[in-house]
Design a protein around this ligand. Structure first.
Ligand code: SAM
Length: 268
């Protein structure tokens, strides 16, 4: 597929490209740098948080593949990052037979993904998380029998409104997954942020392809529904480790990303 002018939308920032600017990447346009600059004025630690978010994805994927999941579904995958940091690359380093399905609804992400993904260990598909039944059907068409699925939804659910009901979407996807599956979520948290800063950040995202809905730590924990959280539970992504206990509540008053990893259907 060729990237055409209208597809690139250089006059409007995209959440994937905004995230990429914050992570120090190069696949963006002046409009994305302007949006990132606006966000950094409100949230000076936003770049640090974006990098910690990627480190969390790497640690979580490594862990769920080590636990025996051979299919990783990276939903709301965003733009490919530097070599070696992408989900499929992390997964195959742990298990050479691991397969990754990247899912995104942004044409720009799909153009970049298709241009860069040449490995047989990964595929990128266009789908919208707001249609969880068709997303689940697409994932199960790639399922590797005898293994679980690692559902990775990092920094994407905060782009869905309460009306779009991210909790129900997660629940439906989890219900369709085979035994031995895992859930990985990260989500920007509004706890401790001054309401003026929270609405200024939402205003930056309102001008991009994906609006922002900050949620409380309690609401983010709720997204895990009846799954069994591992290690410390839902914590600042930079503190997450599968074998680390919770170190107390962290509500820094700064821009912060919470994350957790759970077994979807824990053995009784
Ligand atoms: C901030 S990026 C996150 C990228 C990556 N998951 C990470 O953790 O760094 C959010 C991505 O979610 C995608 N996205 C937003 N809403 C979506 C939806 N309803 N369905 C699928 N993808 C969506 C955006 O296009 C974007 O690529």
């Amino acid at each position: 597929m060729r990237a055409t002018g209208p597809l690139l939308q250089v006059d409007r920032s995209h959440s994937a490209r905004l995230c990429e600017v914050l992570q120090g990447g190069k696949k963006h346009f002046p409009v994305d740098r302007a949006a990132a600059a606006g966000l950094l004025r409100i949230a000076p630690n936003a770049a640090e948080v974006a990098l910690a978010g990627r480190a969390f994805v790497i640690a979580a994927v490594r862990h769920v593949v080590a636990c025996g999941t051979a299919l990783i579904a990276d939903l709301g995958s965003g733009l490919p990052g530097p070599d070696g940091t992408n989900t499929h690359e992390v997964a195959v380093r742990v298990d050479s037979s691991a397969h990754t399905v990247y899912v995104d609804n942004d044409p720009i992400v799909l153009v970049h993904g298709r241009a860069l993904l040449r490995e047989p260990s990964a595929v990128i598909v266009e789908a919208d998380l707001r249609q969880p039944t068709s997303v689940a059907a697409r994932l199960l068409s790639e399922w590797i029998p005898g293994s679980g699925v690692g559902l990775v939804m990092t920094s994407v659910l905060h782009h869905l409104s309460d009306q779009e009901d991210p909790g129900a979407i997660v629940e439906q996807l989890c219900a369709a997954m085979p035994d031995g599956s895992f859930l990985v979520i990260s989500h920007l948290c509004g706890d401790g942020l001054h309401p003026k800063d929270a609405s200024a950040a939402a205003a930056v995202y309102a001008k991009t392809s994906s609006p922002l809905y900050l949620r409380s730590a309690e609401q983010i924990r709720h997204l895990f529904g009846g799954t069994r959280l591992l290690g410390p539970g839902v914590v600042e992504v930079s503190s997450w480790h599968p074998h680390r206990a919770r170190q107390g509540d962290e509500s820094s008053g700064r821009w912060h990303l919470l994350g957790g990893v759970a077994e979807i259907r824990p053995a009784a």
